[in-house]
Design a protein around this ligand. Structure first.
Ligand code: AMP
Ligand code: ZN
Ligand code: FE
Ligand code: FE
Length: 285
């Protein structure tokens, strides 16, 4: 039997309030549908808790959903985000990796807020008030608490100063190496794609080559944060290694200006992801 085809347009990088987006997974699906998407992926940071709600909503709206996640990795202090699609959420190495990151993010955020509390009227409870349920905690929740307290006007303003890695208040969280993340995603039957590889500086090419040798699936080339020179290099690398290439919005609800569908992924590439994955199937309408 021939595989069932997937419809476009496709946006494969969306965040909900299960991490640092501002809308529930079902609301994100409604927003994607209103933006004209026919295929989407929910890629919350280091968690799969939004999958069930997103799956039900996407199917009832007539959209295809690729369950996914954005795994927080780090190479020599540089944050490297690895998108993962259609992996088995019960596969132990990846599940444990994401759980460790989630747990460490809580202590890290608490520490960061403690540092801010030296100079600002902000407490850990203010941040918890911005978090929905067991959502993966991130700096955006601290930014939202700072907004609620009237200390800054936007997430943007908080990230430019107090939450910036160069800020005296900053604290890093544990993150696996991108190599370990790519291997864990592969072991879970998923397809790995480096998110915004040329955002805030190009991921060093030797690192990229090492990831490709370890089974990296693709590159997110269409992303507003990738710079033009980086995009040219990434296109060359993708062509040389026949990698999957995606484009996406990295939607965070009202938490970022990114609009659903501002970059999209060719359907042939979505079909390559589906064909390469052994850990799960897309949720079809
Ligand atoms: P964290 O995961 O806690 O290190 O925070 C990183 C998250 O903050 C990423 O998911 C980004 O989407 C978000 N972020 C980074 N810079 C900004 C910004 N200037 N405005 C809003 N959100 C941002
Ligand atoms: Zn985010
Ligand atoms: Fe990211
Ligand atoms: Fe993202």
């Amino acid at each position: 039997m021939a595989p069932r085809r997937v419809a476009g347009p496709a946006d494969l990088h969306l965040h909900s309030a299960c991490s640092d987006g501002t809308e529930a997974p079902s609301q994100v699906m409604v927003a994607a549908h209103e933006a004209g998407m026919r295929t989407v992926a929910l890629t919350d940071h280091d968690t799969t808790i939004g999958w069930d709600e997103a799956s039900d909503a996407a199917a009832s709206l007539g959209m295809t959903l690729l369950p996914g996640a954005e795994v927080s990795a780090k190479h020599r202090g540089r944050s490297v985000h690895v998108l993962a699609y259609l992996f088995d959420p019960a596969a132990p190495a990846l599940a444990e990796m994401m759980q460790r990151v989630r747990e460490d993010r809580i202590g890290r955020a608490e520490h960061l807020v403690g540092n801010l509390a030296r100079d600002y009227d902000i407490a850990w409870e203010d941040v918890l008030a911005q978090r929905t349920g067991d959502a993966t905690v991130g700096r955006p929740h601290i930014a939202d608490a700072l907004i609620a307290k009237g200390i800054v006007l936007s997430r943007e303003e908080a990230f430019a100063d107090m939450l910036h890695p160069a800020s005296p208040y900053y604290v890093a969280h544990y993150a696996p190496s991108p190599l370990d993340a790519v291997r864990a995603i592969a072991a879970a039957g998923g397809v790995s794609v480096i998110a915004h590889p040329a955002g805030r500086g190009m991921l060093p090419l030797p690192v990229l080559e090492e990831l490709i040798a370890a089974g990296l699936g693709g590159l997110e080339i269409g992303h507003r944060e990738n710079d033009a020179a980086g995009v040219r290099t990434l296109r060359d690398v993708a062509a040389a290694h026949d990698l999957i290439v995606i484009g996406s919005s990295d939607y965070h609800g009202v938490g970022k200006p990114n609009r659903i569908g501002e970059n999209t992924t060719d359907i042939a590439m979505v079909e390559r992801i589906v064909a390469a994955a052994t850990g799960g199937e897309p949720v079809r309408p």
